[in-house]
Design a protein around this ligand. Structure first.
Ligand code: DGP
Length: 125
């Protein structure tokens, strides 16, 4: 199922050009347009789910996460390592409402700490 107003659905359908990293029947991966690291790829299902909690079938979760190691190999970060990030909903500042996994790598990333995480985190016990 696609959402005609969703930019990532359009990318998945090939209607909007993008810097494609990997594609199969279920999934497409492309470079993030606002990279936070030398390697910053978004891996998305072609069908529309607002986020990872939106009743995504386990088969599709498997296809998305199964693409991770392929993207890591293509981008040359398998050995050095990488970070996966799945912003989900308002509190996580998800900005595009189509389930996507960020794959970040290509350099050392700090471990999250209170300073990076902002006011809410410093109140956590
Ligand atoms: P998030 O905050 O997790 O929803 O991150 C959405 C990411 O998507 C953000 O890093 C910028 C990226 N992005 C948004 N629109 C486009 C687009 O049209 N093309 C590409 N390549 N990336 C996009």
């Amino acid at each position: 199922m696609k959402d005609p107003n969703c930019i990532f659905c359009k990318i998945g359908a090939g209607e909007i050009p993008t810097s494609k990293v990997y594609e199969d029947e279920w999934v497409i991966a492309f470079d993030d347009m606002e990279p936070l690291m030398p390697v910053h790829v978004l891996i998305i299902p072609k069908d529309h789910y607002a986020n990872v909690g939106d009743n995504v079938p386990e088969e599709i979760l498997g296809k998305v996460f199964g693409a991770v190691r392929k993207v890591a190999d293509i981008k040359g970060v398998t050995e050095g390592g990488y970070r996966l990030l799945v912003n989900t909903g308002e509190d996580a500042s998800q900005s595009v409402q189509h389930f996507h996994v960020h794959l970040l790598g290509g350099g050392l990333m700090p471990r999250p700490n209170d300073q990076d995480w902002g006011a809410a985190a410093s109140n956590a016990q």
